[in-house]
Design a protein around this ligand. Structure first.
Ligand code: NDP
Length: 254
């Protein structure tokens, strides 16, 4: 693929994310607590998660590993970070969920597959084929973008994994009800799992310092900021005693 065609594709992808953002704020994504039959056929929640996330793992890894570029060492670090995240999200997280009997709309799965196919492709192709040794020289390990990016990535991953873990253990096996989470970063925000994920991909984008990684970060915010706002509103409506000082996504801010 020509560099200019690829760049145009990624800019268009970012533009679509910005364009649909107001829609995503308005329309509540119907999975998890917001699931509804109005969106058509439903599928088992656990199977849905595996199907949705698998393309991000396979497409990214395939395009990276079979790419014809020089693969500077930093791109192997980025490859490892992506795989670490998506092995958990695809092959571990769905089996830990306590959502027995719950379903999600097939339409959501198709949308998520599309999202993951494009993000997996642009990032895998870029790092596997287009990234150059001049862009990521050996000294890049000491570059402030690399150091800060790694700290952000693992800080975000810690918050994301810890928060997902807290949520999963709010229920005993077989339970499907909701309670107010009180531990960890839930003291500050309703959705620290989403906050952690945003920080994680901000770190990835900082290390990679390229357009496809920025596009993925923008899309992550466009997905997760509205979801956190919807969850926060839902908590406040459901629980009279919901902590009033708790924010939706960003501690002390929003
Ligand atoms: P949620 O916080 O909605 O749910 C996570 C799990 O915890 C679900 O099994 C949910 O059950 C359960 N749960 C949530 N709140 C409670 C509660 N108060 N009491 C009891 N159980 C609860 O997370 P999401 O489904 O939105 O996301 C899951 C993960 O995927 C997150 O780490 C998120 O960051 C990531 N993600 C990433 C996206 C991206 O664009 N990169 C997009 C979407 C998600 P139930 O399903 O029954 O509600």
């Amino acid at each position: 693929m020509k560099d200019t065609t690829f760049t145009l594709l990624v800019y268009s992808w970012i533009a679509i994310a910005i364009f649909i953002f107001p829609l995503v704020v308005k329309i509540v994504a119907p999975y998890g607590r917001h699931t509804t039959k109005k969106w058509g056929a439903l599928i088992d929640n656990r199977i849905g998660w595996i199907l949705m996330e698998m393309p991000a793992l396979l497409v990214f890894a395939g395009f990276y590993l079979f790419g014809s570029g020089p693969k500077p060492s930093v791109t192997w670090v980025l490859f490892s970070l992506w795989v670490l995240h998506y092995v958990n999200r695809t092959l571990i997280f769905p089996f830990r969920l306590r959502t027995s009997g719950k379903k999600m709309p097939v339409a959501i799965i198709f949308m998520a597959i599309g999202f993951n196919l494009v993000n997996g492709f642009i990032n895998g192709y870029y790092l596997g084929t287009m990234a150059t040794l001049e862009q990521y020289p050996l000294g890049y390990w000491m570059d402030i973008r690399f150091i800060l990016g790694i700290l952000l990535f693992f800080g975000g991953m810690f918050i994301n994994w810890q928060s997902d873990n807290i949520l999963i253990h709010l229920r005993k096996p077989g339970e499907t009800s909701y309670v107010i989470p009180q531990k960890g970063f839930f003291r500050f925000v309703s959705c620290p799992n989403h906050f952690g994920e945003i920080v994680e991909w901000a770190g990835f984008a900082m290390i990679a310092w390229c357009l496809p990684a920025l596009a993925f970060f923008v899309w992550t915010v466009v997905n997760l900021l509205p979801r956190a706002l919807h969850h926060h509103k839902w908590y406040k409506e459901k629980f009279q005693d919901y902590p009033p000082e708790r924010k939706a996504l960003f501690p002390f801010f929003l």
